[in-house]
Write a protein that binds this ligand. Sequence first.
Ligand code: ADP
Length: 250
Amino acid sequence: MTDTVKEELNKLEQAHLDFISTVSHELRTPLTSIRGFADTLLSSYDRLTPEQREKFLLIIKEQSNRLINLVENLLTVSKMQSEKDLLIYKEIDVTHYIDSTVQMLKNQYKTHKYICNYEKNLPKILIDTDKFQQIMLNLIDNASKYSNEGSTVTVTVKQNYNENTLQIFVKDEGIGISKEDISKIFNKFSRVDSPLTRKIQGNGLGLYITKTLVEKMNGAISVESSTKGSEFKVEFKIASPEDNAKKIQK
Ligand code: ADP
């Protein structure tokens, strides 16, 4: 084995160990909290007021949801890295899938306003619908959760005639992301650490998954942000109907 190969293997092993250590840490925090509150409920049930019991049960539920999200994201990451994760291309009108994602999130963020601006006569694009929906869910969910109640999230879809692409913009009026942090947010487990973000639940895998899925389907993702909010842009090539037919047949 050459020195370069050895070095590469060491790097891979280190990355693997770092990953295990981060995942264990992410799992331990909610599990410790669940066990602590369950212990308190079991040992002091009669001494607690009904309000305290409800509060502790809600924390247990919230932390369990955090664990479920983490495990689901980890499964997605592992699936994305497998060669068996094939893309199932379909020619679709993306606005239909954006509408259903927005509808779903409206139930969760009841005070937010959602505006969908779609250019007329948009072409269909060839895409894996499940993966496209996951991309939209991650971006619109982030736009909602990193902004105040009552603020507006705007999704715009238009055609870029020069580049022959379809552009999807997800814009919020939220807390924004600094220039320095923008270079990190697409990395695995990367979260901006600030008093504002610490209060918001997340595991830093959403944008990593989003970027990987966009690029798997030959798209591009970018972001612009200021203290007034952020705007994520996702762009996919518009292929000719003949090219699409070939790709579906493959
Ligand atoms: P998380 O689960 O933490 O939301 P993501 O990978 O989706 O993970 O995002 C990574 C980090 O990028 C977030 O923790 C947050 O700090 C920042 N971020 C993502 N989207 C936005 C947004 N729309 N506005 C402000 N910050 C954002």
